[in-house]
Write a protein that binds this ligand. Structure first.
Ligand SMILES: Cc1cc2nc3c(=O)[nH]c(=O)nc-3n(C[C@H](O)[C@H](O)[C@H](O)COP(=O)(O)OP(=O)(O)OC[C@H]3O[C@@H](n4cnc5c(N)ncnc54)[C@H](O)[C@@H]3O)c2cc1C
Length: 386
């Protein structure tokens, strides 16, 4: 008999277990992989972007944008940074407040495991759950490959559907359905997008600074042209807000007005193509101009030509048909409806003793350490409640 069973030994599950264990609770973490924290291991290109210096509710997407406030306020990036410092893990800020391990993501997993040991948390790996039910006296019973675990509290920390090859499953959503909890539609996110129109293969591999707008939010970072559409950090960010029915709007020269650039002294006798080549790789400059405009000297461009160039450079409306899928997505958008949960404890409003934490909930962060911060913060909130 445990005070709590936590299903999923990822970021949220381990942190919840540590928090509860430190409070003297007897908890067991059940992980079906042979080791915990596999997503942490591959995160941040192997260096785990474990949090961001500045985190607020505005950095998250959810049907209820206020839901994450309480948990985020209860456990801040500084709190996690303190822990990282206590474990003497060297880290650095890469850009935009994003904090990465200097050496390896493994250090974060090792830190969590060391904290689990200190907090007397039992971690069961290679342990698949066969069935979850509730006994007559209300306690949860988890039938697993390693035996039956019983507890009055059950925490679902199974994460989302992205990266199935390292053990992601829809188990968390299955449990939510089993107990009649609503789920916001899920889809891959923080992911490259596939263009509706066949992408120009000659552009694949080009990366440029851009401002990308989707769903009323604009991100200023690089975009990368791919064989099927667009990727790069600005596109991944926009994928959280992308509506398949609406175009994503891209400004390829966010710091200036291409019309002013063209009218600069010295450009008049150059061709439009040559003038643009100063700002863009040649292949992209070609794509931005129709052949007849490209060959004209700047002095010969009509107002309509300049307007066409302006639209092509500053307001590229691109329709995407799909994403590159869960196999490539960093997160799952949507999930267990926040309307079903207490924002203070993450406990189900309908089913007492049942908690959901981390990515399985309909709270999705931007790229840049926000998703781990949500995992720590929601795990901390539940860990203090169980
Ligand atoms: C390639 C990649 C890079 C990323 N980089 C970053 C980054 O640098 N910074 C950032 O903030 N976010 C990053 N993310 C997102 C981040 O990893 C997740 O948002 C975060 O791990 C979610 O934590 P979680 O505990 O909710 O889920 P997870 O960390 O996914 O943990 C869920 C755990 O549950 C286990 N599990 C699933 N089903 C079962 C079951 N039926 N029984 C038992 N166990 C089960 C899984 O094996 C897993 O260990 C990245 C994601 C990917 C895919």
């Amino acid at each position: 008999m445990y005070d709590a069973i936590i299903i999923g030994g990822g970021a949220a599950g381990l942190f919840c277990a540590i928090t509860a264990g430190r409070r003297g609770r007897r908890v067991v973490v059940i992980e079906h992989n042979a080791e915990v924290g596999r997503k942490i291991m591959i995160s941040g290109g192997g260096r785990c972007n474990f949090t961001n210096r500045e985190v607020s509710a505005e950095n998250f997407v959810s049907r209820n944008p206020h839901f994450c406030r309480s948990a985020l306020a209860g456990f801040s990036p500084d709190d996690f940074v303190e822990l990282v410092k206590d474990h003497r893990i060297a880290f650095y800020e890469k850009k935009l407040g994003q904090l990465f391990c200097r050496e390896s993501s493994r250090q974060i997993v090792d830190m969590l495991l060391a904290e689990c040991r200190d907090a007397r948390v039992r971690v069961e790996t290679s342990c698949s759950v066969k069935d979850i039910s509730r006994g007559e006296n209300g306690e949860f019973e988890a039938v697993t490959a390693n035996g039956v675990f019983r507890s009055p509290k059950l925490v679902i920390a199974c994460g989302g559907l992205s990266f199935p090859k390292i053990g992601a499953t829809g188990f968390g959503y299955d449990i939510a359905r089993q107990y009649g909890l609503a789920i916001e539609e899920t889809r891959p996110s923080l992911v490259a997008l596939v263009a509706k129109k066949k992408a120009d293969a000659r552009l694949a591999g080009i990366s440029v600074d851009a401002a990308v707008a989707a769903g009323g939010v604009t991100f200023r970072e690089n975009i990368l042209f791919t064989h099927r559409g667009l990727s790069g950090p600005a596109i991944l960010q926009a994928s959280n807000y992308w509506d398949p029915r609406k175009p994503v709007v891209i400004d390829l020269l966010p710091d200036g007005d291409i019309a002013n650039v063209l009218s600069e002294a010295g450009n008049a006798r150059k061709t439009a193509a040559n003038s643009l080549a100063k700002f863009f790789p040649e292949r992209l400059a070609d794509e931005l101009l129709s052949p007849n405009i490209a060959a004209k000297r700047v002095a010969e461009l009509s107002n309509a030509d300049i307007q066409t160039i302006r639209t092509n450079v500053h307001e590229r409306h691109i329709l995407f048909s799909s994403t590159e899928g869960y196999g490539r997505a960093e997160v799952t958008l949507g999930g267990v409806s926040t309307a079903e949960l207490s924002s203070k404890t993450m406990e189900s409003r309908k089913v007492s003793g049942l908690y959901f934490i981390g990515e399985v909930i309909d709270v999705t962060g931007w790229l840049g350490g926000y998703n781990f911060q949500w995992a720590w913060a929601s795990g901390f909130a539940a860990g203090n409640a169980i």
